[in-house]
Design a protein around this ligand. Structure first.
Ligand code: DGP
Length: 114
């Protein structure tokens, strides 16, 4: 078993509330939602963070981004708007070291973040 939480979710070793699944990407609801819609979109292949992406990852990055758009459409937040966030490292408060977009919406979000 992988010691990466999100790799375990991809492998089906841990349950998740799936929203979208393709060959390359999985989207599932965040266990601690910060908005009425809070979905995590991850590549199935382990990439530690957005900062670890390289030119060789162009295809997966496109798939990840398009899946985030599809989540927003599917859950009805695209028209009113939403936020895509990817936290990186310690100061970015990344807690799971597997690249993920947060798709947040369904209420008026605030800016700037804390
Ligand atoms: P971040 O802090 O940016 O690395 O975001 C990690 C998110 O992952 C955080 O919002 C909570 C969520 N999370 C942590 N463990 C689980 C889990 O087991 N299942 C699900 N669905 N989400 C999780």
């Amino acid at each position: 078993m992988s010691d990466c939480l999100f790799c375990q979710i991809v492998a089906g070793e841990l349950p998740s509330d799936k929203v979208i699944e393709t060959d390359d990407v999985l989207a599932f609801r965040d266990i601690r939602p910060q908005a009425p819609v809070h979905v995590l979109v991850i590549p199935k292949r382990h990439i530690p963070s957005a900062h670890a992406l390289t030119e060789a990852d162009q295809e997966v990055l496109v798939h990840l981004h398009l899946a985030a758009q599809q989540v927003a459409e599917k859950l009805g937040i695209a028209e009113q708007g939403y936020r895509l966030v990817t936290n990186i490292g310690f100061h970015g408060q990344q807690t799971v070291p597997h690249l993920h977009y947060h798709v947040l919406g369904g209420r008026q979000l605030q800016w700037p973040p804390g």
